[in-house]
Write a protein that binds this ligand. Structure first.
Ligand SMILES: *Cc1c(COP(=O)(O)O)cnc(C)c1O
Length: 231
C-alpha cells in the first residue's frame, strides 16, 4: 500500500489529467467527478480518499465492502461497481449508497424488494455492455429501453444514469466507440422517457481521456491513485 503523500501526489496528477482531457474537448473539469476505487486495498485506502476530500469510493465485492464498512470509524459514501449476484442484493441494498452494476430485471426486482423492506429508495445506475464484450457483465445496448422502463415502474429504485466498462485490452479508439455508444443510448433514453439520466459512469485509469471526450460525468479510478492492487 502506498503512503498518504504518494496518494495525495497521485490525486494532483489525476486532477491535471482530467483537466487536460476536459480542456481538449471544450468541457469544464468540474463536470467530471472522480470515484476512487478501493477494491483489493485495505481500509486505509478509503481513509486516504476521505482525507483528500472525496465523498465516495467504489468497491467491487459486497463482502469485501461489508468488512470495510463494518470497521470504518468515519463517514463516506460507498458505491458498488462490481457484478452483483441476486442472492447478495439484500446486503448490497443495506450497505451501498448507490449500485452502479444493475443489469437485469431480476436484479432490479430484488433490489426494489429489499429497499422497500428497509424503507429506502435505492439509487442505481444501469450497467450496459456497450462494447459488446462477451466477457463483461451488463445488459445489451438493445435491451436498455426495456430495462429502464421496468426500473421506472419500481417505487423503491431510482435510476440516475448509465455505467459501462470498455472491453478488456481495447484500443483507446475502441474504448471511445464503446463510450460513445453509452452516451448515445443515454441521450435516446432521456428523449424516449422524458426523464433525466444525468450520470454517465465511464472511464478508468487507462481510458479516462476517451471517456471524458464522450461525455463521462464520473470516472472510476483505482490503479492510477493507489498503485497495483494487492490481490
Ligand atoms: C477495478 C475497476 C475500476 C478501476 O480500474 P483501474 O484500472 O484500476 O483504474 C473501475 N471500474 C470497475 C468496474 C472496476 O472493476
Amino acid at each position: 500500500m502506498i503512503s498518504y503523500p504518494e496518494f495525495s501526489d497521485n490525486c494532483a496528477r489525476l486532477e491535471e489529467r482530467v483537466a487536460a482531457a476536459a480542456r481538449s474537448c471544450g468541457r469544464s473539469p468540474s463536470e467530471i467527478k472522480i470515484l476512487p476505487v478501493t477494491k483489493f486495498h485495505p481500509l486505509e485506502a478509503v481513509e486516504f480518499a476521505r482525507r483528500c476530500g472525496f465523498e465516495s469510493v467504489g468497491e467491487n465485492r459486497v463482502q469485501e465492502a461489508a468488512d470495510k464498512i463494518g470497521r470504518a470509524d468515519f463517514k463516506i459514501s460507498w458505491e458498488l461497481i462490481g457484478h452483483l449476484q441476486s442472492n447478495k442484493a439484500g446486503l448490497a441494498v443495506k450497505l451501498f449508497d448507490r449500485i452502479q452494476s444493475v443489469d437485469s430485471k431480476r436484479l432490479l426486482e430484488k433490489i426494489d424488494f429489499h429497499a422497500r423492506g428497509l424503507g429506502k429508495v435505492q439509487r442505481v445506475l444501469l450497467q450496459i455492455n456497450a462494447g459488446n464484450d462477451p466477457a463483461k457483465f451488463g445488459a445489451d445496448l438493445s435491451d436498455g429501453p426495456e430495462l429502464l422502463e421496468f426500473a421506472l415502474g419500481l417505487p423503491n429504485v431510482s435510476v440516475e444514469g448509465l455505467m459501462a466498462i470498455a472491453p478488456i485490452d481495447s484500443t483507446l479508439r475502441a474504448a471511445e466507440e464503446c463510450f460513445l455508444s453509452l452516451r448515445n443510448l443515454r441521450d435516446a433514453l432521456q428523449r424516449e422517457f422524458s426523464r433525466p439520466l444525468p450520470e454517465l459512469s465511464m472511464g478508468m485509469s487507462g481510458d479516462l481521456e476517451p471517456a471524458v471526450a464522450a461525455g463521462s460525468t464520473m470516472i472510476r479510478v483505482g490503479t492510477f491513485l493507489f498503485g497495483d492492487r494487492e490481490r
